[in-house]
Design a protein around this ligand. Structure first.
Ligand code: C2O
Ligand code: CU
Ligand code: CU
Length: 532
């Protein structure tokens, strides 16, 4: 990995998985003849899937991150002003091992306050990087992370209140992968960028001059960010050449608000092996997988036949998220498993997950997601006849134009209006108010629900990995029955979870519980709590 003297990676360090770099990278590589590729997708020049470089602690146990400004050409010709971590857009994939203690230094070289939060990491409040741990421009924040949790695909992103949404849109986010002995003993594909492929899925919308659209208006604080371009690792419909064999995809829905319904173009099955907080008990065979904002899944796909396939997203239930190009199956990335033979395979069982106790603890906390501005955000969509269009199943350009006009032409809310738009337990978030306290190191049963709004709310809790006990009274889907840090609810839904907080979080450094639709979070749908 290329680093300068301070261990900070230079701009433009994203490794591109091209045939050339693979050939240069390893002598073991050989390629199947061109004729053997199944050309189900066009062969015109396509961007290669950028693979975020892995970043491990140096010999002294330290990791240096720098949030910086940059530019990217997402649209081909126009330059977009971006933020990134140790690079122009997104960041490296931090790799930490269970049992390891590392010192992380985060330097803020962007012109606004940020924080850096380790989403899914089980650590004390003081190391969590929540909204209280502000890093001013030009300043650094040092913290120690002691890793003691199972192998998992986590991520990091800023958590500055109230501009997390805009900072993530510009590009501040990256993967954080925890490794451990148990996962190391399994025969899973694990060669980074070869048969272990990270996919960070995000949607974006651009202004006519090529900049990110990121306005916090009434549509945004109610519906969340509605992009019209899908990016994978910062590239538009890229292509990855991988080993021929079982391919592991580590998928992060890093979108501000959008949910996806993932599927494979030739309808082959895939096998979910891990959720937010680590491995499932055994692989779950699926053809479609809904993934909500902030969630992660790892899946294995059989690419032993060497034939190319697309990872596709299918239309979801939320009306506004079905505007084109999300009104039909949309290919996100092409995988061409036509390299040298892969070595990983699909085990029949993965891990012994602790069973949920038969005797559940009493309910100790309710979290109700509230929307106070529902009507102002939803009525215009009704007037534009969006629900009718979705019901009819036919995309009408006139309706689409009216809705897009609403999304982009409504002016930004004042800060006071923004911060009072949403809430948890009937109160908009306040940095000054601790909402509740949770017992330490005790199994707790919490209930998560929403008001009458029927919106999807992927609810995330800091300082823990939890288990979903039930969703709408039923057991969770098998792919959500393992460790989770996001509990999705929608359509008036209710989830119960079993959660435990091993570390403390003080009044000065409380944990957060919030909707991971970042526009909801930034407009009040967040609560903070202490753990003694
Ligand atoms: Cu991914 Cu509180 O955040
Ligand atoms: Cu988090
Ligand atoms: Cu929400």
């Amino acid at each position: 990995m290329v680093t300068d003297g301070r261990g900070v990676m230079k701009l433009g360090q994203m490794v591109r998985l091209s045939r050339r770099t693979i050939l240069l990278a390893g002598s073991a590589w050989a390629f199947a003849g061109v004729g053997e590729c199944n050309v189900s997708t066009q062969t015109t020049a396509r961007p290669s899937l950028p693979i975020p470089p892995e970043l491990r602690a140096d010999a002294a146990g330290s990791i240096k991150l720098e949030a910086q400004t940059g530019t990217m050409r997402f649209l081909g010709d126009r330059e977009t002003a971006t933020y990134g971590v140790n690079g122009p857009y997104l960041g490296p994939a931090l790799r930490l091992r269970r049992g390891e203690t590392v010192t992380v230094q985060v330097t803020n070289s962007v012109p606004e306050n940020i924080t850096m939060h380790w989403h899914g990491l089980i650590i004390p409040g003081a190391a969590d990087g929540g909204p209280h741990q502000v890093i001013a421009p030009g300043k650094s924040w040092r913290t120690q992370l002691s890793i003691d949790q199972p192998a998992a695909t986590l991520w990091f992103h800023p958590h500055y209140y109230p501009s997390t949404a805009q900072e993530v849109i510009k590009g501040l986010a990256g993967l954080l992968i925890v490794d451990d002995e148990e996962v190391g003993r399994l025969p899973l594909p694990s060669r980074w960028g070869v048969d272990d492929i990270p996919l960070i899925i995000q949607d974006r919308r651009f202004t006519p001059d090529g900049q990110f659209f990121d306005r916090m208006n009434a549509i945004a604080v109610t519906n969340g960010y509605v992009g019209d371009i899908a990016l994978v690792n910062g590239a538009r419909y890229p292509e990855a050449r991988t080993a021929r064999g079982w391919i592991r995809l580590r998928i992060l829905n890093g979108s501000n608000a959008r949910g996806y319904k993932l599927s494979v173009s030739d309808n082959r099955s895939f096998y979910v092996i891990a959720s937010d907080g680590g491995l499932l008990a055994s692989p779950v065979e699926l053809k479609e997988l809904p993934i909500h904002a902030g969630e992660r899944f790892e899946m294995l796909i059989d690419g032993r036949d060497g034939r190319a396939f697309d990872v596709v997203t299918l239309p979801v239930a939320q009306d506004i998220m079905r505007l084109p190009p999300f009104d039909g199956p949309l290919p996100l990335v092409t995988i061409r498993p036509d390299g040298a033979d892969g070595t990983g395979r699909l085990p029949s069982s993965l891990l012994v997950l602790p069973a949920l106790p038969r005797q559940l603890p009493p309910l100790s906390q309710e979290l109700v997601m509230n929307m106070f501005r529902d009507t102002r955000g939803m009525m215009p969509l009704k007037r534009a006849r969006l629900p009718e269009m979705i019901q009819s199943g036919k995309t009408d350009p006139a309706v689409v134009a009216r809705v897009v006009n609403l999304i982009v032409s409504d002016s930004a809310l004042s800060e006071a209006e923004q911060l009072s738009s949403n809430g948890v337990n009937r109160k908009p978030f306040s940095l000054e108010r601790i909402d509740f306290s949770a017992a330490r190191n005790k199994g707790l049963r919490w209930r998560i629900s929403e008001g009458p709004d029927l919106m999807p709310h992927p609810v995330h809790i800091h300082g823990c990995q939890f288990r979903i006990i039930s969703r709408n009274g039923k057991p969770p889907e098998p792919e959500r029955a393992g460790w989770k840090d996001v509990a999705p609810i929608s359509n008036g839904g209710v989830s119960e979870i079993l959660v435990r907080f091993p570390y403390s979080a003080s009044r000065d450094d409380p944990y957060m519980a919030h909707c991971h639709i970042l526009e909801h979070e930034d407009s009040g749908m967040m609560a903070q709590f202490t753990v003694p």
